[in-house]
Design a protein around this ligand. Sequence first.
Ligand code: BGC
Length: 729
Amino acid sequence: MKKQIIALALLAGSFVAAGAQVYLDPKAPIEERVKDALSRMTTHEKVRILYAQSKFSSPGVPRLGIRQLNMADGPHGVREEIEWNSWSAAKWNNDSIVAFPSLTCLAASWNRDLSRAYGNAVSEEFAFRGKDIMLGPGTTIARMPLNGRSFEYMGEDPYLAGEMAVPYIQAAQANGVACCLKHFFLNNQEVDRFGVNVNVSERAVNEIYLPAFEKAVRQGGLWTIMGSYNKWLGEWCCENDSLLNGILKRRWGFDGAVVSDWGGTHTTMGAALGGLDIEMGTDTDGKTKDKSKGYNTYKLADAFERLINEGKIPMSVLDDKAARVLRTIFRTSMNAGKVIGSQCSEAHYDVCRQIGEEGIVLLQNRGGALPIDVSRCGRILVVGDNAVRNMSEGGGSSELKTKFDISPLNGLRRVYGDRVDFARGYYAGRARYGSADKLSPDSLARLRAEALDKAKSADIIIFIGGMNKNFRQDCENNDREDYNLSYGQNELIADLARVQKNIVVVTFGGNPYAMPWAQAVRAIVHCWYLGSMSGEALAGVLSGAVNPSGKLPVTFAARQADYPCFQYGREGYPGVDMQVYYNEGIFVGYRWFDTKGVRPRFPFGHGLSYTTFKYGKPVLSATSMTAGDSLTLTVPVTNTGKRAGKEVVQLYIGDEKTSVERPAKELKGFEKVALEPGETKTVSFTIIADDLSFYCEKTHGWVAEPGVFRAYVCASETDVRGTAVFELK
Ligand code: BGC
C-alpha cells in the first residue's frame, strides 16, 4: 500500500525518486526503468503481466505500484465499454464518443497532415477514457474487394498505406497512447480467418504485404502490434517465429509488444517461442478458481510459468517478453507525459469533418451536375437507406457508440432546407451477426413505388446508398457475398434513371463495387464512412462549400471478375481446405490492371475536383544517378479553374527494361497541394535507389538494376500528365 502511494506521488511529479526506485521515476530513461523493474519482479509477476485479466486489460504489478494496461478498439474511435469478463455492453452513460471517418476515408484524403490530426484527436479520446493501447490503425493491404474489414485499412498500395499510417501513429503515441497496428499478417479476407493458411510468394510478401507494416515500425516508432488469426507458412500468426521474431523483432528492430488478436493464441510453446508478448481474448469465464477456464489457463499463464520453472524454456525468453510489456507500460500508463485528453471536443468534431471532406471522392461529374447550387436548386429528392442510417453502428469490433451522428439527410436539410424531400426506396435492416430484419415484399414494394413516384416531380435525385456495417457487408468475420450493391439498389437506381435523368449517386462503403448504371446517372460520389459528421461533410461537398479532393486508395474494377484474386478459382479466394493461394503474386490492385491491360471503371488515385489543374513539364535534377545518389523531380501545377482546390500529385516509377517481370509502374511519392484560382505551385519529389528496386527471391534481398527508368507524374494511376526518363548507372 505504502509503495503504491509513493508510486502515485511520483507519477504526479510531486517528488523525484531518491535514486532507489528508478522504475518509478518518470524522468528516468525508459530502458533504465525497465531494467530496474525487471530486477525486482518474481518469476510469477513477470509471467502475470503477459496475459489478460479481463476482456480488455492486462494487469501490472500491484505489489510494486506498476500499473495495468487498458486497451480498447479501435481504430475509428474508442469502443463502448463492455463487461469485465463478457462481451456484453457495460451500459455506461459516459462512454459516448466521436466516430472518426473510416481509415479508408483517411487514406483517400492522401493528406499526411490530416492523418496526424486524426492520430492526435482519436488518441485524446482514448486517453480521456483511461486507455493506454488503442487497437488500430490497420495497414492490411486491400487484396480482395469483398473483404469485410477493408474499411478499417488503408487501401491497396503499400506506399500509400505506410505513408498514411506513420503520422497517425506518431501523433497518437506522442500523447502517450500506444497504437496496436492490425492485423499482422496477411489477414486479407475474413472468410476462414480463424484458420486459413496463406500461401504467397516471398517477393509479394516483401514488395506488397510487409512494407506498410515496416514503415509503421521503423518510421512510425510503433509501440504495439496485433498478430492476426490466420496462418502463414503453416504457423499461426500470433505464434509465428519467422514473422514475429525473424522479421518484426530482429530485422526491423521492433522493441515493443506483440499483442494477440482476441483468441488468436493456440499453444504455450508456440506463444512462448514464437514471439507473442501479450495474450488477449483466449476463451475464459473469468473464474480463476475452478481452474478450467480462468485467466490462469491462458497459454502464457500457468503452463508457461511451469515450463520456465522447470528450465524447459530459458528465463531470457520470459525476461524479453516482460521487458517489452514493461516498456509499453512506461510508455503509456506510467508515462508522466501522457495527456489527459478530452472526449467529444469541438476540435475533434472539426478533425472528423475535415477528414470526411477531404476523403470523399468525386468519381464522376457529367455536365457539371455537382455542385448543387444552394441559391438556384429546385426540389431535391433524397432516396436511400444510408441517408438515415447511423453508420457507426455495426461492423464488428470497430463499432462505435456515438454521442451524435449527423445523418446524410440531416446534413443536406441543414443546407437545402425544405427543398429536400425523402423516400427510403429500399431497406437494409440491421444485422450484427446473422441475417437482417426484413420487411415484407409488400412493404418493400411500397418503399420503391414511393421513391419512383416522387422521382417524377423532383428536379434532382440524390441517391444515398452503398454498403453498411451489417454482417456480410462491411463487417468483421465474413466477407461481402459479391461485388454488387445489395438490397436491389442496382435495379432501383436503374428504374429511377428511367424517370429522372438528373441523378447523383452517393455511396458509403469500405470497398469498391459494380456500377452497371454508371452511364445512366450524372454524378457518382463515394464516401467510405464519414463518422459523426457524415451529413456535414457530405453536404459540404455536394453544395460546393467544399471542393472535393479525395482520390481512390483502391481500384474500382468494372466487374468482380477483373480483380487479380479472382483469376484462380477458389484457390485464389477464399481458398480450398483452409489453404489460400495468392497466385497473382505482386500484381495486386492497380499493379495488375495497369500491367495486364485490364481497364478499371475508376483507377487507383482517381478523384475529380470542381476546378481543373494543369501540370507543367516534369524536370529532373539530372538524367542519371548512382545507387548512393538521389534525383529531384519537380513539376509545376496550376489551378486553371475558378475555385480554390486541392490536387494530389502522384509520382509513379516504372523500370523500362528488367530481368524479372515488374509492374508497369508503382507509386513512389505523392503530395497534396492547395491552390487558389490561377495559382501555380511547384511540387518536388526525391527519388532514391530504393524507389527503383524489386525484391529478388534468389538473393533474398532488394535489387535496383542499372538501366533506364521512367518517372510518371499523374493525376491518377492512368491519368499520366508528364513523364521523364533517367538512368541508374
Ligand atoms: C478483432 C480485432 C479486435 C479484437 C478485440 C477481434 O475479433 O479481429 O481487430 O481488436 O477482436 O475486439
